[in-house]
Design a protein around this ligand. Structure first.
Ligand SMILES: [Zn+2]
Length: 363
């Protein structure tokens, strides 16, 4: 394994963040969300009840939460997909499971994702790795970085706000919140699966950016603009009305199912920009994205966007450390998938986010 080539002012890099980047900073992987939802103390345990009933009645997860093992839970993407299929086909799941019950379980599962991330990533704590790479790329290339994030959490948002000295990143969609509109912009952040701090009006399509209650975003936003227009907590989301038409807004989280809904016009705009920045990129760095074969929408985007980019311009940072690297390209499932999609010359770095940063910093 050779070291990743230095970034220079000629480079136009794009960083792609997957769940592993959040994991490295203490956040959950998808597989951990259901077990964690019922073992952590979420802020609104009552909102988990419809999901709990579904798991007990339809997946035979033990009713006593203390008796459950992580393996008792079905994978979250599977649960969401089955619920979406039932809604889509207008099926019921038995006499006590009407379409309304299925929708309630779907919303409850959405809260599980939100609630687990909210608890696991509370506070401004561990922005350092994200912020380091943003600052490194900005210093070496002479331009604010472009990031595509597959995560809902706001770690990278906060890191960009911090690295941008209080300016927000350009989200490439029509965020109506005044504080965001009036702020200068630093870099681009394309959240193709939505974000925990977004509120979307399904009636008039107004999109607002929640300004977090406990997070770093809020502190900076408050210090800088003194207008925390929204609170990021789920509770407040449910109470808030759209400023333009008074419809209750919804969170924007494209959950990991095979029936993903990209019809939200803001999400469409973000995907369009993501395709453009990938086409213009001269280097791409994937951090913590395992490229699962069933992620066909993302693979399609990457194939369309990166078709002209030589494989050696594509860096993949996987877990491991400099002292104890993960399996080499040829032996790792993740490495094999990247190789199959982009070619065998990809720059595969199974030394972890932090040690990889040290390796490019040292140059
Ligand atoms: Zn509205």
């Amino acid at each position: 394994m050779t070291a990743t080539a230095q970034f220079t002012p000629n480079d136009v890099p794009v960083v792609v963040l997957g769940a592993g980047a959040t994991k490295a900073c203490g956040g959950p992987l998808t597989a951990e969300i259901l077990p964690q939802a019922f073992s952590l103390s979420l802020r609104h345990p009552d909102l988990l009840e419809p999901l709990n009933r579904l798991l007990v009645e339809k997946f035979r997860v033990p009713a006593d939460r203390h008796q459950r093992r992580p393996k008792d839970y079905p994978p979250l993407p599977l649960v969401l997909t089955l619920l979406d299929m039932a809604v889509d086909r207008r099926h019921s799941l038995g006499p006590t499971w009407t379409t309304a019950d299925i929708r309630a379980a779907r919303e409850s599962a959405e809260y599980a994702v939100f609630g687990v991330i909210e608890v696991m990533l509370e506070g401004p704590g561990n922005l350092a790795p994200h912020e380091s790479i943003l600052r490194h790329l900005a210093a070496r290339t002479g331009r604010p970085p472009t990031v595509i994030s597959l995560n809902y959490d706001v770690l990278v948002d906060n890191a960009m706000i911090s690295a941008g000295e209080g300016q927000y990143p350009d989200y490439a969609c029509d965020v109506a919140t005044r504080a965001y509109r009036e702020s200068g912009k630093w870099g681009e952040l394309l959240k193709i699966h939505g974000s925990l701090n977004w509120l979307y009006c399904p009636n008039c399509h107004r999109l607002d950016m929640g300004i977090g209650r406990s997070g770093y975003t809020y502190k900076i936003a408050r210090n800088t603009f003194d207008v925390p227009e929204y609170d990021a907590s789920y509770e407040r989301r449910r109470e808030t009305k759209c400023r333009d038409c008074a419809t209750p807004p919804r969170p924007v989280m494209i959950t990991p199912t095979t029936l993903k809904d990209y019809r939200n016009p803001h999400i469409s705009a973000v995907w369009y920009r993501a395709l453009r920045v990938l086409r213009e990129a001269t280097r791409v760095v994937f951090i913590g994205y395992s490229l699962p074969w069933d992620d066909t929408d993302v693979i399609y985007l990457l194939k369309r966007g990166l078709n002209e980019l030589p494989a050696d311009k594509i860096t993949i940072v996987e877990h491991g450390s400099a002292a104890k690297p993960g399996k080499p390209l040829e032996e790792s499932d993740v490495g094999e998938r990247y190789q199959a999609i982009f070619g065998r010359e990809v720059d595969y770095q199974p030394i972890g986010f932090v040690d990889w940063l040290h390796s490019i910093d040292a140059m």
